[in-house]
Ligand binder design. Sequence first.
Ligand code: ADP
Ligand code: ASP
Ligand code: MG
Length: 440
Amino acid sequence: MKVLKFGGTSVGSVENMTNVKNIINDGEKKIVVLSAMSGTTNQLVAIGQDIEAGNSAAAVEKVTTLHETYKVTVDNLLQNGDLNASVKAYVANVFSFLESCASKTFCVNLENQIVAQGELLSTYMFNAFLNQEGVSSTLLPALDFMRIDENKEPDIAYIKENFKKVFEATPDSEIYITQGFICLDTEDQISNLQRGGSDYTATIIGAAFLAEEVQIWTDIDGMHNNDPRHVENTHPISNLSFDEAAELAYFGAKILHPQTVTPVRADNIPVRLKNTMEPSAHGTLISSVTAGDGIKAIAAKDGITAIKIKSARMLQAHGFLKKVFEIFETYKTSIDMITTSEVAVSLTIDDDSNLEPILAELDKIATIEVDKNQSIVCLVGHEVVNHDDTFRLFKILQDVKIRMISYGGSQNNISLLIDSKDKINTLQKLNTYLFELVTP
Ligand code: ADP
Ligand code: ASP
Ligand code: MG
């Protein structure tokens, strides 16, 4: 059995929901994971922020506007009178909950509860739509089986057990629909898998019952060789290994949640990226097979902070790096890139929520310099480290100020740290000289 995940654009209009129906209605039993309709999660986040800021009027206004757009969508989607009325009643209930949140001052976990409504709405509406179109489907509530542990990692044992229970309760259904992104935490409070988390839901479910394949259906024909939002003339990559895809997702390729590949790689479950608007396009197949040498794709991750830790005693003092790493471990902050010299070590973090206490501790053992607003540009491929492309990099980037380079950490990744203001120019340059075969 396959797991198919459809993102925000794929369920963002009646036309696209009809495409989704046509894709899934092939007589095969399957699990379908849906995101919120495009734009909804951003609106819900904004509503939560207004409430937190004490701006109740602005929150209520956003709730009302969003409710109006949902009423129109329901009318366009559901012509069947009974289904239309029952879905409108469900939608009204969700929006009266949101309105009651908007009039409250901030309370614990309110934002997570608000942001979860997007996936609850889209799945309810789509299930009714399938029903109207005569396609048999069952709604499996994600909150009955999806859960994260105290480290905010998926609790795989719990998910396996509970997914099996809810799935086996309705064995005769053909299509099982569930919400992406949302889950419970260890206190049974509503939580989520972070922005873009529906991809992660799909691979977690895929791993939980050893699916034959996980498909991520989106608004583009697979993983492109560079960020299509910033660079022209990008093209889809037909095959990626798990390692390559994991690096690209982790280092900023927005098409995949950073952790998407993690649950499925150990069991060798392939992940296929497909375009809902162009189902016949090949897309990208992520599997254990490695095809082709050289740099295949480039991604960039923003919001990076670089910390240079200088200590004249570093060389003599064995155990210095251990002390440094322990400080980051204490504050549960993971390090992305690291370079060392005899007197200094530079490293990067993307989560700076504990930066102050980390710097205070580091300050006791070394001199510190901090640079914010940095980006990691990550070049990914098979055996890139030994490839000719790599030797041309310095020439291509001769006028870009590179703050750090990570080379040789793995065979399939070279990472560069640059100021975020140079990112788009760097991505474009790399595209021209690496992929469009122009000589630098
Ligand atoms: P969904 O809502 O379906 O989850 P996302 O917006 O999360 O879709 O991801 C798809 C988008 O990712 C594309 O529209 C594209 O703009 C962006 N993107 C960024 N980098 C890449 C890349 N390397 N390849 C393909 N798409 C990318
Ligand atoms: N709706 C969530 C988001 O916008 C999850 C997802 O789309 O994957 O982040
Ligand atoms: Mg996404």
